[in-house]
Every structure is written in C-alpha cells, then in structure tokens.
Design a protein around this ligand. Structure first.
Ligand code: GAR
Length: 209
C-alpha cells in the first residue's frame, strides 16, 4: 500500500472520506499521517478520537515559510510518506516544497478547474451564472489550483441556490471523487504524461459508473 499523508487546515471532511475509503482491505493507499497547520482544526480531533497518527505544525510558530515547510518535511519523512493528499489545506507552498513532491502530491478544489481557482469559488460560480458546478482532483504545481487533472465530478446549479447550498452539493461530490482519485493514483493507474493525466483504467473517476 502507498504510504499517504493527508494535510488539512480545518473541518477535514475530505480527510474523513479518504480515511474511511482506506479502511478497505483492497484499497491501495494507507493513511500514515494526518497533519494540520492549525492546531485547532476540527479534523484533528476526529482523527485523534479514532487513534490515527496526527500532528499539528502551527505555521504561526515559524518565522518563515521555509522553516515551517522544513518541519513539515521532517514529519512527512518520519512517517515514511510516499504520497501527500491536500484536503482543505489552506497554505500556499513554496516551489521547493511542491517540486520535492512533484507528481506525488494531490489536491481537491471545489470547482471545475480551470474555472474558479482560488477562494470563494461558489460565490463566483453563482455570480457567473454557470449551470454546472463541481470539483477537481489534480496533481499540485506551484501555481495555485494548477496541475494535471486526475478527475472531476459535476453537479447541477439549481435556481434557488446560494453559496451554502451549492457548496453542500459540491462537497457530497468531493467525498466520492477524492477517494476514487486517490485510488487511481496509488494503484498506478493514473500517471502524468506531458502535463496531462493518462488513466489506464477509466477516463474520469468522477463519472457515475
Ligand atoms: C473543501 O470544499 C475543499 O475542496 C476546499 O476546502 C474545503 C475543505 O473542507 N479546498 C479548497 O478550497 C482548496 N483551494 P474539508 O476540510 O471538510 O475537507
């Protein structure tokens, strides 16, 4: 099994969906560390209560981004991490960190990339009047919310939606897409070729089967 660390900053519901998927005997990834840059992240409590290995690395206690990332790298190495999954991790990484984990670090973003990168995605999707929203799992590159796309899932935008109702519908899709995408990566069925992901098994883990 591929030794996978999950990085969070808050609620951790995507982390939970990965942890739960990884409990299956035939799942190709095992979760070896759940780390947060915020000691008060609710997701850490959930993981601790289940006896999972957790760590808080409070970014405010480090003078620079480099020393914060050095501490994070040490923790990842100590856990024998082979793959990193960002799950609501809200710190930008330096290009050194990102390059170290090139093609071995994935992220979930609550929009159909390349649309609506960055924060407040649901507000901006509603303001733009799109009729389809969704989420994307991608390999991480230095530019925010950029990188080869592993999978996407789509949901409808309904006429009465506000940012909260749309976010909830997208989040339910995230909880299906992320475990399916990590499975493809950890099993070696998805690999990067020419900055696109070639999937040997199925074209998009977000599609209903
Ligand atoms: C999720 O919707 C995730 O896609 C988003 O933050 C939320 C975290 O929720 N991530 C980003 O916006 C990253 N740019 P969670 O902590 O319950 O998984």
């Amino acid at each position: 099994k591929v030794r996978t660390a999950i990085l969070i900053s808050g609620r951790g519901s995507n982390m939970q969906s990965l942890v739960e998927a990884a409990q299956a005997d035939d799942y190709p990834a095992e979760i070896v560390l759940i780390a947060s840059n915020r000691p008060d992240a609710a997701g850490l409590d959930w993981a601790k209560a289940r006896g999972l290995p957790t760590l808080a690395i409070d970014h405010k206690k480090y003078k620079t981004r480099d020393v914060f990332e050095a501490a994070l790298q040490d923790a990842l190495a100590a856990a024998g991490t082979e793959l990193v999954a960002l799950a609501g991790f809200m710190r930008l990484m330096t290009s050194d960190f990102v390059e170290h984990w090139r093609d071995r670090m994935i992220n979930i973003h609550p929009s159909l990339l390349p649309s609506f990168k960055g924060l407040h995605t649901h507000e901006r999707a509603l303001a733009a009047g799109v009729k389809i929203a969704g989420c994307t799992v991608h390999f991480v590159r230095t530019e925010m919310d950029e990188g080869p796309i592993i999978g996407q899932a789509a949901v409808p935008v309904l006429s009465g939606d506000d940012p909260a109702t749309l976010a909830a519908r997208v989040l339910a899709a995230e909880h299906r897409l992320y475990p399916a995408s990590l499975k493809l990566v950890a099993s070696g069925l998805a690999r990067v070729e020419g900055e696109k992901v070639i999937t040997l098994h199925e074209s998009n883990p977000g599609l209903p089967i």
